[in-house]
Design a protein around this ligand. Sequence first.
Ligand code: HEM
Length: 146
Amino acid sequence: MNWGVLSRFRRYVEASEGEISVEGGASRHGDEFVFPIEHTVTDGAVLGFSGSVHFRAHGGLLDLAIRNPRISWQVGEMGMVDVAARGMTRTDFAIVTRVEHVDSHSMTVRTKLTLEGVHLLGNVYPKDLELDPIRILSGNPPAEIR
Ligand code: HEM
């Protein structure tokens, strides 16, 4: 899964002399973080990914990790992106609003911020804010993605 989360949040953290780091198998390719697919939790309705991205700024007052994102497709609805953000507790972070593109190699979906996501990002952004698109690539190891 390739996802930049929210470009203006990345820019804010970096402009605040903070740092964005990746761990646990995730990597960064320009504006996107790449979370490898987690085969153990993948079935038709749930796609799980591993790795984490850690945002830190203001001497640690801003300290947010987004770990092991997962997309659950829901019957009659588009889907939910949840992440492990605080310890092991999973939080519904974004709602999938539409599939923007799909071909045999990849799928791009648009997402918007949930209320829980608003809280995680410091209660600054409005609920339903559009986030960066998520790209899901089939089977490619991260090195071949770009
Ligand atoms: C010492 C603590 C903090 C200071 C001094 C601080 C300062 C600021 C300032 C000056 C802005 C406006 C930046 C701009 O307009 O470019 C801002 C925006 C913001 N702050 Fe903080 N902040 C602090 C802590 C936090 C924390 C703990 C969070 C939680 C995640 C947070 C999340 C945000 C967000 C999401 C924005 C909006 C960025 C955007 O324009 O997209 N901040 N902060």
